[in-house]
Structure formats: structure tokens, C-alpha cells
Design a protein around this ligand. Structure first.
Ligand code: PLP
Length: 376
């Protein structure tokens, strides 16, 4: 397991799956076929608490459970509070639904111009290309539609979405998400990226994916070739805890970087998982070592049954404040709330302005000392 003062990345190798031929273990389709979903599959390797056993029953109608062998190996079998375990193994708390929680917590349905295409900001769109993920995070913003446990019946209309993008010349940025876009076949991905490359007003394309973390085996040379179908592709990965920073993740990131894809990371602030400065620092330092820029730190969305994973808003600001001045500026993500009701991402920052008049700004530095700046 990772330790706070040891920055070395770690590996469990094949962990619980020692007998499996290497060629199968390294085959992403084998990993997908052998995901752990059912109670008895999980209980073979870790002793489930009563809370988890009951949580697994609730999950069936909410958001499926599915854990790749690679990610499952990172779970500490002895510890029910293991930060990896709590992200993917449900507990009874998922049945506690609060009245201000919402199936569509960031108001995407209201801006869905084509099934799967969300046009909220003037110049950029979110294109959801699948409802499948490598594993299902229990706090998923799109719990309503991914895994189809709630019978949403998501059918992304990619062709129609591409037509929409083509006819809206104000769109210069397309974000592919889902579900996880890297679960599409190489040829499907390359056809979408080629189509986007052919639209002259689209300058910038990104993929949001957690597969480098859940399924690093997916980063094959064939996939890298497909990703090259777009000349300006970036990728946002999703790492929440230093334990996720394995040798395998680093190798996957290296391959992506070497093929010219800049990498950012989006984390979700989760109670008891990464909501302290030391854990966050350890995470972002590892990310920099993997050439990944920490991009956003999200306040956890008001997803039904996620209150046990949420932190007070002030916690995120406190963490950012603790990072500023005590580590590399590049390592510090922007803390945001994706506003309920479709307001979009709103940045929250510690307050560094003590007072200001038209020309005099009194500023507080990272040590709390005051400094004066004469403005024009
Ligand atoms: C997050 C998001 C984007 C991209 O926002 P950036 O701040 O540019 O990363 C675009 N559209 C929607 C609907 C989003 O949720």
C-alpha cells in the first residue's frame, strides 16, 4: 500500500489472479469479462461487512457494481474504510435519499439538444458516447444513466450530434464523455475523432476517461493510433487517491503523453477518502510525476444516496488554501461546484483580498501576511 512519505508508485501485479496467463491479464477485454459484480464474486476475496452486503442489494436498481480485477487488487481486504473500496463497493447509505438530491444533479437534461449532446456553454459541448464504464463509482454524476440500472435506456445519437456540431459554428471545443469513451472500439473512436477533425470550427477535443485507472490495459498501441485521428486531442483522467497511482497507471499515462496527448486530472472530493491536505498533496505530487496536471477538484454532486461521501463545501476551500504556497502551483487544481440546475462549473477560492478601494488592494499571502498593491 502507498505510504504518505514514500512517493514511489506501487503495483499489485496480478494480485488475487496469480494463476492467470499474462496474456489474458494484460488483455483489456479479459479484464472487462472478469469484472466483479455479484456479492459472492466479491466475497471470495474480501470479507463483506453487513453494511456492504445490504448495499449490494440496493445497488442493483440504482447503479450496477462492476470492478475490474486490476482495480479490485488495490482494495485492502482487511479494511472496510479502504479509500479504494469505498469508491466502488456500495453500502446501505446509498438507500438514504435526501430531498435536495436529484437524479440529474447538475441539470444536464435541460441542455440536452440531441440525446447524448449537452450544450450548456456557448462555445463547447459535452458529447456522451456510451453508458458503459470500466467500473461504477458510487458517487457518479450520471448514476441515472450509466449502467442502465434505473432503466434510463440511454441511446446516444452520435451521428445526429455530429450534425448538430457541424451546423453550430460557435462550437470550438468538444468533450467526449459518457460512460467511458475509451470503452468504444478503436475503429468507432477513430471514426468519431476523424469526423470531429473534419469540422473546421472544432479546435479542441478532449476525452474524459477513468480507464487509465480502472483498466490501464486498454491503452494499447491500436488505441493510441485511433486517438491520433485528431490532431489536438487532450485527455482528462480521474484519480482520487494516491493508492490509485500505480506503476500501471504511470505506464498508461506515459504512453498517452508520448503520443502527444496532454493529460489533466479531475478528482472528486470524497469524505474520508481524500478530504485532507496530506492525502491530497500526496495525490497531486504523484500526478505531476506522471506528467498529469491536476485540473479540477469537484465538490461531490447531489447524487441521490451519496450524502455519506460528501464533504462540507468549506472543506474544499480549506484544502486549496492549505496547498497554495506549500506546493508547486502546477499541482493545485481549481476547486469547483457544478451547480445544480444547469448553472455550470463555478470556481470557489480562498479569499486573498483583505480589502480594496479603487486604487489600493490589500492582499493576504499564503502565510496570512498583508501586502499592498497600488492599482491604476
Ligand atoms: C464540464 C463541462 C464542460 C467543459 O467545461 P470546462 O470548464 O471547459 O472543462 C462542457 N460542457 C459541459 C456540459 C460540462 O459539464
Amino acid at each position: 500500500m502507498y505510504s504518505k512519505d514514500n512517493l514511489h508508485l506501487w503495483s499489485r501485479g496480478q494480485g488475487h489472479w496469480q494463476g492467470i496467463p499474462n496474456s489474458e491479464w494484460n488483455d483489456w477485454r479479459w479484464q472487462m469479462r472478469n469484472r466483479l459484480s455479484k456479492k459472492d464474486e466479491i466475497a471470495r476475496f474480501i470479507k463483506l461487512s453487513d453494511d456492504e452486503a445490504a448495499g449490494l442489494d440496493i445497488a442493483a436498481a440504482k447503479l450496477h457494481v462492476s470492478i475490474t480485477p486490476h482495480f479490485f487488487n488495490l482494495i485492502d481486504p482487511e479494511n472496510v474504510n479502504c479509500p479504494i473500496r469505498r469508491q466502488v463497493v456500495p453500502t446501505c447509505s446509498e438507500g438514504d435519499i435526501l430531498d435536495y438530491e436529484d437524479n440529474d444533479p447538475v441539470g444536464e437534461e435541460g441542455s440536452m439538444v440531441v440525446p447524448g449532446l449537452v450544450h450548456r456553454y456557448p462555445d463547447r459541448v459535452l458529447l456522451l458516447v456510451t453508458d458503459r464504464c470500466g467500473s461504477y463509482c458510487r458517487y457518479c454524476t450520471r448514476s441515472r444513466l450509466v449502467s442502465n440500472a434505473q432503466g434510463y435506456g440511454f441511446h446516444p445519437q452520435v451521428e445526429k450530434s455530429l450534425d448538430y456540431i457541424k451546423s453550430h459554428t460557435e462550437i470550438r471545443d468538444v468533450l467526449l464523455s459518457g460512460g467511458d469513451p475509451l470503452l468504444l472500439s478503436d475503429s468507432k473512436l477513430s471514426s468519431i475523432l476523424t469526423a470531429l477533425a473534419d469540422i473546421s470550427h472544432v479546435e479542441f477535443v478532449r476525452i474524459g476517461s477513468r480507464l487509465p485507472v480502472f483498466l490501464p490495459q486498454r491503452i494499447t498501441s491500436g488505441l493510441l493510433d485511433s486517438l491520433n485521428a485528431h490532431p489536438n486531442l487532450w485527455m482528462s483522467i480521474h484519480v482520487n487517491h494516491p493508492t490509485e497511482c500505480t506503476v500501471e497507471l504511470k505506464d498508461a499515462c506515459n504512453k498517452l503523453s508520448k503520443s502527444g496527448i496532454p493529460l489533466g486530472n479531475q478528482s472528486v472530493l470524497l469524505r474520508g477518502i481524500n478530504d485532507d491536505i496530506e492525502t491530497m498533496k500526496s495525490l497531486i505530487h504523484r500526478l505531476l510525476m506522471m506528467k498529469v496536471k491536476p485540473y479540477y477538484l469537484y465538490q461531490c454532486d447531489l447524487v441521490p444516496g451519496s450524502s455519506h461521501l460528501r464533504t462540507p463545501v468549506a472543506k474544499g476551500i480549506e484544502i486549496i488554501k492549505g496547498l497554495r504556497g506549500s506546493t508547486t502551483g502546477y499541482a493545485i487544481p481549481q476547486f469547483v461546484i457544478d451547480a445544480p440546475g444547469g448553472g455550470g462549473k463555478i470556481p470557489l477560492n480562498p479569499n486573498y483580498v483583505e480589502s480594496s478601494t479603487d486604487d489600493l488592494w490589500v492582499l493576504k499571502n499564503f502565510e496570512g501576511k498583508s501586502f499592498y498593491y497600488q492599482s491604476v
